[in-house]
Design a protein around this ligand. Structure first.
Ligand code: BG6
Length: 291
């Protein structure tokens, strides 16, 4: 393990007893696990937790933990041909290595292909994930093709935002952007030219997205700004009642506490890399005061 500068990065443990790196800055704290490079917590000074973690979340190796910011790579959703492989790829259930610490409250984790990853996805890659705490929280996932053949991959920063109440939240910035709805029973009356409100299961993949999206919780709670670089897709997801009741690692009523707004490159907008090429997906989250 790399030596940690104790003033800005400390080692703590998750509820399952696994190591977490805690970034400590003047504006708050963030916690990231080596398992899945999973950001599990971001607390803004003077406010409460910004990320939702299910009270039933698993913290075991090999299990996709529900909440925080799961790293989705190298496929999004179910695998296109193999039903034996986990949805959303292996990055979120792999153990990453700590490669760099600092300067300041920042860590970089890496994941490389090995026998296990190549059995699922036959490519050589280097994934680097940097988490930095400043005025906001910045996460950057870069993928390099370290092999001899080109490949295409999908990726998402699958952020579970904690909201006061799902029905009072709204997403702004995706008005008039093309989307495909994957929810079985979506709200019949939603207006694609206006902000997104939640009154039913919502599972939309937006393509060709702008680089700024806002998630507003209850008006008194202010809002979250999501700024991305290198993201063509965004997913807006809440399972609502019925689907939530059937999901693992979720209390029946926890659907009311979160909305996922995912920053991604997926489906027809996957990323193609030639040997030696690199692509980076960056997300900066800033908590803005009530307007
Ligand atoms: C979303 C998909 O990205 O992830 C949903 O759009 C899916 O269709 C959800 O149900 C599942 O999330 P998780 O954390 O259970 O993999």
């Amino acid at each position: 393990m790399i030596q940690l500068p104790t003033d800005s990065v400390a080692q703590v443990t998750d509820p399952g007893g696994r190591p977490l790196l805690e970034l400590q800055g003047p504006e708050g704290t963030a916690r990231v696990g080596l398992l899945g490079a999973h950001v599990q917590s971001w607390v803004v000074k003077g406010e409460d937790e910004q990320l939702f973690m299910s009270s039933k979340a698993s913290y075991e190796a090999g299990v996709a933990s529900r909440g925080g910011i799961p790293v989705v790579f190298p496929w999004f959703g179910g695998h296109s041909t193999r039903t034996d492989l986990a949805a959303h790829g292996f990055a979120r259930t792999s153990v990453w290595e700590l490669a760099e610490v600092g300067p300041g409250p920042s860590v970089t984790l890496v994941l490389r292909d090995d026998e296990g990853t190549r059995a699922q996805w036959p490519h050589s890659f280097l994934a680097k994930y940097t988490v930095t705490l400043g005025d906001g929280l910045q996460v950057a996932l870069s993928i390099t093709n370290t092999g001899d053949e080109p490949f295409t991959y999908e990726e998402a920063l699958h952020t579970y935002f904690k909201v006061g109440a799902t029905e009072e939240a709204s997403v702004h910035g995706l008005e008039n952007v093309h989307f495909t709805e994957f929810a079985k029973s979506p709200a019949p009356d939603s207006d694609p030219t206006g902000p997104i409100y939640f009154s039913a299961e919502t599972d939309r993949v937006y393509q060709g997205v702008p680089d700024t999206i806002q998630l507003r919780s209850h008006p008194r709670r202010g809002f979250m700004e999501l700024k991305t670089k290198g993201a063509d897709s965004a997913i807006v997801w809440n399972p609502w009642t019925e689907k939530a009741a059937a999901m693992s690692q979720m209390q029946d009523d926890e659907w009311e506490e979160f909305i996922c707004v995912e920053s991604a490159n997926c489906k027809a907008f996957g990323v193609g890399l030639e040997p030696g090429q690199e692509h980076s997906l960056e997300l900066t989250l800033t908590r803005l005061k009530p307007v």
